[in-house]
Design a protein around this ligand. Structure first.
Ligand SMILES: C[S@@+](CC[C@H](N)C(=O)[O-])C[C@H]1O[C@@H](n2cnc3c(N)ncnc32)[C@H](O)[C@@H]1O
Length: 267
């Protein structure tokens, strides 16, 4: 499926993928969210910052496995630096979009597999296994098996905050009187608990980068908030009012800032 096709099916309602199977990673791509993500990744230094920060730990490695690669922004950064990359994701929308990017960039060292991690067969080990924003995927039960597949480094990127604050969403929840418990997420501290229990050695490094979103109009911004956050539909007037306060103008479009704070865990 080309990017054009993704755009074409943009209007078809209910064409979406639920992201909950096997693991606790909850993430669903649909044509609209693919477009939003493609737009925001064009304007962020987040991916470059993370891969540059990893350089001292990975420069002597050759192969990378990116589990839950999404639209492949990290995989592409690795591939551009010459690593031989295998990227896996269970979402067909994500994989098809990444394949199109690879074609346009003419990358020959990035191999994409449309599979859930739990169904992926390891024919060999990888110097680096890289897992970003896959909350709950690495857990007490599988950490030993995952580490067995790593020649040099297991790298896990997770949110810094325990209470999700992407796009300052915690402020909106408080404005609307919606319990912040709904924004509690698996964060890097939860992962460190798993590692500490087993006395694994690791290094942590925090990365902060703007990862905001542009919109054509306020309705699109409201749809965006409702796509990513489970808020009561009857509170949409409150959501709209909050967005009017938060949105700024940037490059001729509305812009919702998002200072993303992530922690890299290098094992
Ligand atoms: C939050 S996104 C993260 C994407 C990318 N790693 C990043 O940090 O930009 C999570 C991705 O994991 C994928 N995913 C969720 N569970 C998965 C599983 N069990 N196996 C493979 N991919 C999975 C989803 O389809 C989605 O693309």
């Amino acid at each position: 499926m080309s990017l054009k096709t993704v755009k074409k099916i943009n209007n078809i309602k209910n064409v979406y993928e639920e992201g909950t199977c096997y693991s606790k990673v909850e993430f669903g791509w649909n044509p609209q969210s693919v477009q939003w993500y493609l737009e925001s990744e064009k304007n962020t230094s987040y991916y470059k910052k993370i891969i540059n920060g990893l350089h001292p730990f990975i420069y002597d490695s050759k192969t990378v496995l990116d589990i839950g690669c999404g639209l492949g922004s990290f995989s592409i950064e690795f591939a551009k630096r010459g690593y031989s990359v295998t990227a896996i994701d269970k979402s067909l929308f994500a994989v098809e979009t990444l394949l199109e990017k690879i074609r346009l960039m003419n990358l020959t060292n990035l191999n994409v597999v449309n599979k859930a991690f739990e169904e992926f067969t390891f024919y060999n080990n990888y110097d680096i296994v890289f897992i970003s924003y896959m909350m709950g995927l690495v857990n007490d039960n599988n950490i030993i098996d995952i580490l067995k597949r790593v020649n040099k480094r297991l790298i896990i990127v997770l949110p810094f905050r325990k209470v999700k604050n992407d796009f300052s969403i915690d402020e909106l929840y408080m404005d609307l009187g919606v319990d912040l418990i709904n924004l509690v997420q698996f964060n890097y501290v939860d992962m460190l608990d798993i590692l500490n229990k087993r006395n694994y050695q690791y290094i942590i490094n925090k990365v902060t980068a703007e990862f905001g979103q542009h919109f054509n109009n306020i309705d699109e911004a409201v749809n965006f908030i409702y796509h990513y956050f489970k808020l009561p539909i009857e509170r949409s007037a409150g959501v709209r009012k909050w967005l009017y306060k938060k949105l700024t103008y940037n490059n001729g479009k509305l812009f919702l800032s998002n200072l993303r704070e992530s922690m890299m865990i290098i094992i």
